[in-house]
Design a protein around this ligand. Structure first.
Ligand code: AN7
Length: 361
């Protein structure tokens, strides 16, 4: 038997709750609802990083079980909801929280209610929510309105709210910062990530601070939060009434974790940056074509922000982690229209060879 066919004893990843149990709000009595989220790749950039003169690593949160980073927080939030005896979970969402909540609720055997903004949710995320059996209500308005009403309904009907205003979500999501440090053996110099409702940047910062307090890293990284220009309350310093961007995941005008985001950026001496929709789509295309990584527009905003930063103040030689939060297949409508196949040619070697040669140019 060749070595290729020898069974290998790979260590089994237990999911983020078991891996980081001592840092999380769980007890031996907490029922652990997991899809083995986390342990996502920290992939070195092949082209874009070297071109900017830095060591660029992509944290591929897009490969989590439901296709986004939300799973890290959802495993904790849904486990705690089950432990508390909640009869259902509920969330407002631009899409990814909905997909993740629906998946973990299905796993837990709990009903999942989702309140969507009429303003638009990507098709893949909607398909996920329905596939997992979520019950969906759409409200007239954007995400901020949907979240406000969902907070009220969760209190009124005593349903477990699993948006990132639930501290269990933030606790779970900080495990991404732990993983980065565990792989590098230190914190990177810079972490760049997209910011919508601002739960994730709050969570990463908490993770780095806790690892420093535990003596596992000597210094935390600078945090750079990137927003879309049409939905940039943290850059502009005031809520945005009618946010608008191609990156529907981060089309949020009044982030719930505003203070957490400001603390992360302020205490780490980082910054907020806004990027245009054109820059976001260009970054998405570059990641796909030059790195082999397909992400949704919100995730590409992080790279667009880094590229803007690198032009102004090149962070040469630094180790930078760019967090790629969600998979490109979630939002097929945002992918280049060139995806339509060309008209058929005759199914003969000659005709196809001619077609291939003309494509190769
Ligand atoms: C791919 O699903 O807000 O700053 O309701 O889906 O923690 O909100 C999604 C947010 C970045 C921003 N990237 O994270 C929701 C939702 C992707 C996202 C963000 C989201 P936060």
């Amino acid at each position: 038997m060749s070595s290729l066919h020898r069974p290998v004893d790979l260590p089994t990843w237990p999911g983020v709750i078991e891996r980081y149990r001592s840092f999380l709000p769980v007890t031996p009595r907490t029922p652990v609802i997991t899809l083995l989220e986390g342990n996502t790749p920290l992939l070195e950039s092949a082209r874009l990083g070297p071109r900017m003169g830095l060591r660029l690593l992509f944290k591929l949160e897009s490969v989590n079980p439901s296709g986004s980073f939300k799973d890290r927080g959802m495993t904790v939030a849904v486990s705690k909801a089950l432990e508390a005896g909640s009869r259902a979970v509920i969330c407002a969402s631009t899409g990814n929280t909905a997909a993740s909540a629906a998946a973990y609720a299905a796993r837990a055997g709990l009903p999942c209610l989702i309140v969507l903004p009429a303003a638009g949710v990507a098709a893949g995320k909607l398909a996920q929510a329905f596939a997992h059996g979520a019950l969906v209500v759409t409200v007239d308005g954007g995400f901020d309105t949907a979240l406000a009403v969902t907070r009220e309904v969760s209190a009124r009907l005593e349903l477990a709210l699993v948006n990132s205003v639930n501290p269990h979500r933030i606790a779970g999501q900080k495990t991404a910062a732990f993983e980065i440090c565990d792989v590098l053996g230190a914190a990177p110099d810079l972490v760049v990530l997209p910011v919508g409702n601002a739960g994730n940047i709050t969570a990463y910062w908490r993770g780095f601070v806790e690892y420093q307090a535990a003596g596992l890293i000597t210094a935390p990284p600078r945090m750079v939060g990137v927003q879309a220009a049409g939905a940039a309350p943290l850059v502009d310093g005031r809520p945005v009434e009618r946010p608008q961007t191609v990156a529907s995941a981060i089309c949020i005008g009044n982030p719930a974790s505003w203070q957490g985001a400001v603390a992360a950026v302020g205490e780490s001496r980082g910054r907020f940056i806004k990027v245009s929709d054109d820059a976001i789509l260009a970054a998405q295309e570059r990641l796909a074509a030059e790195e082999g990584i397909l992400v949704e527009p919100a995730s590409a905003a992080a790279l667009a922000g880094l590229q803007e930063l690198a032009m102004a103040e090149p962070p040469r030689g630094r180790t930078v982690v760019c967090v790629l939060t969600g998979h490109g297949l979630k939002d097929p409508g945002a992918l280049p229209g060139a995806a339509a196949p060309p008209p058929p040619v005759a199914p003969t070697g000659e005709a196809v060879s001619r077609a291939v040669l003309s494509l190769l140019g």
